[in-house]
Design a protein around this ligand. Structure first.
Ligand code: FAD
Length: 416
């Protein structure tokens, strides 16, 4: 039976959910506090990364994080402050970093990632617009012996998990990048990864879904809910009110605040990251890469190249930290010596808040007390990658059919 569905948040997760729900004949409205371009999904790095099967919460991350915190140009920072949510989040991160917990999370992430990767291949064929999808893989590039050791170990685990990884020498990396000189010890190549142009995907999906009858309501910041028994009957934005049979919360980093309105605890911290895009770069970088030591991501997008990185746990802080931007800019000629990129001006820098759960897994599922609500958030550094799989699972939850992959690891109440 067709249902009236309200999706709160129109980033990649909300749009992907709408895509699969409307295919099943449901009447879908997407409510967004902005105009659908303010979230994290718009100018991210565009990488589709089954290679990233190790969650952020993993052995060794805490000691690495502490070392990085004392370097103002480093890729990671926590603004010290007394914030009970942050303290609880940090404790849950610590508990989730054990070898046993990480192993469990790895299998769940692998399954979700491979499903999403396959769905992206389908979308590239099905959608009637170009979103720059390219399946050229991804290279993890390293310069130090320590990083080489870690990356080769990760490659070994990847191959065991069924994710192809090839260890490359310096010469082999150079062959992959014939137009730019590389200065690395070597790299690991993940041929199954892909990339796309996120702004083209998001704007293309909005136009496509409008044609399919999805209603887009901008400037609708959800401020409350009307409940009756174990169901949500409607959603408020100030004095505006809309009724729905089913509600999806997919508002990225803001989802925790929205869930609180329903007395639900969804632990999330906004993990701020930056990107900037250099023009006129058509004959330079061909394959997306990550500079392992610098934690900087590089993605070719048509005749531009996008650079991005950093993870700042500073709350919703809109200040642009130019020291961290310098950290990104200065790392570029270290790995690609002939690429000198001018530091971008403040107006050319984009930032987004990654919705980070403490255990590095997204929340996908129904909370036990509300029978017509689905939570879909917490994808951290991989929301673009995992969007289609999440959307498909949301649709299966709403339809009440058996999910394509097990939902238990993504239970929104697992960290209460
Ligand atoms: C620098 C950077 C690079 C990244 N690169 C990659 C990458 O290469 N690959 C990858 O997979 N991921 C990447 N990510 C992560 C990815 O961008 C996010 O995980 C993903 O965009 C999250 O999507 P979302 O739909 O959950 O949230 P968002 O895109 O943030 O959307 C949430 C929406 O909710 C709306 N909203 C908020 N509050 C309310 C409210 N009260 N009522 C109604 N609406 C509301 C917002 O306006 C927004 O439109 C990157 C992130 C950053 C910062």
């Amino acid at each position: 039976m067709a249902k009236k569905i309200g999706i709160i948040g129109g980033g990649i997760v909300g749009l992907s959910s709408a895509y699969y729900l409307v295919q099943k004949g449901h009447r879908v409205s997407i409510l967004d506090s902005g105009n659908f371009t303010a979230g994290c999904s718009f100018h991210n790095m565009g990488m589709i990364v089954p290679s990233h099967f190790i969650p952020l919460a993993s052995p060794g991350m805490i000691s690495k994080g502490i070392r990085w915190m004392f370097d103002s140009t480093s890729p990671f920072y926590i603004r010290p402050r007394f914030d009970l949510d942050l303290i609880k989040w940090g404790y849950q991160f610590y508990l989730s970093s054990s070898a046993i917990q990480t192993r469990k999370a790895i299998h769940a992430l692998r399954d979700l990632s491979l499903l999403s990767r396959a769905l992206y291949s389908d979308l590239a064929k099905e959608l009637p617009f170009d979103f720059g999808f390219r399946d050229r893989g991804l290279m993890m590039l390293y310069r130090s012996r320590e990083a080489e050791h870690e990356e080769i170990e990760t490659a070994r685990m990847a191959n065991e998990l069924g994710i192809e990884a090839r260890v490359l020498s310096h010469e082999q990396v150079q062959q992959m990048e014939p137009n730019v000189r590389v200065s690395v010890k070597g790299g690991v190549y993940y041929p199954g990864d892909a990339h796309l142009m996120p702004h083209q995907l998001v704007t293309g999906l909005i136009n496509y879904l409008k044609e399919k009858g999805v209603e887009f309501i901008s400037e609708y910041s959800v401020t409350g809910f009307n409940t009756s028994g174990d169901k949500i009957s409607g959603v408020y934005s100030g004095s505006m009110y809309s009724e729905f049979d089913e509600v999806i919360i997919s508002a990225g980093s803001w989802s925790g605040h929205i869930a609180k309105l329903l007395n639900l605890r969804i632990p999330l911290q906004p993990g701020k990251g930056y990107s900037f895009t250099s023009q006129g770069m058509s004959n330079t970088v061909q394959v997306p890469s990550i500079f392992v030591e610098a934690r900087v991501a590089v993605t070719p997008m048509a005749d531009t190249v996008r650079f991005g990185g950093t993870m700042e746990l500073s709350g919703f802080d809109s200040k642009i930290n130019m020291k961290r931007i310098s950290g990104i800019v200065n790392s570029i000629p270290t790995y690609y010596p002939d690429l000198t990129i001018e530091p971008p001006s403040v107006s050319d820098i984009w930032y987004g808040y990654r919705p980070c759960s403490p255990d590095g897994l997204p929340y996908i599922g129904r909370p036990s007390k509300i029978s017509n609500l689905t939570i879909a958030t917490g994808h951290a550094m991989m929301g673009l990658s995992l969007g289609p799989a999440t959307g498909k699972l949301v649709c299966e939850i709403v339809e009440g059919i058996s999910p394509t992959i097990g939902l238990k690891p993504f239970d929104p109440e697992r960290l209460r």
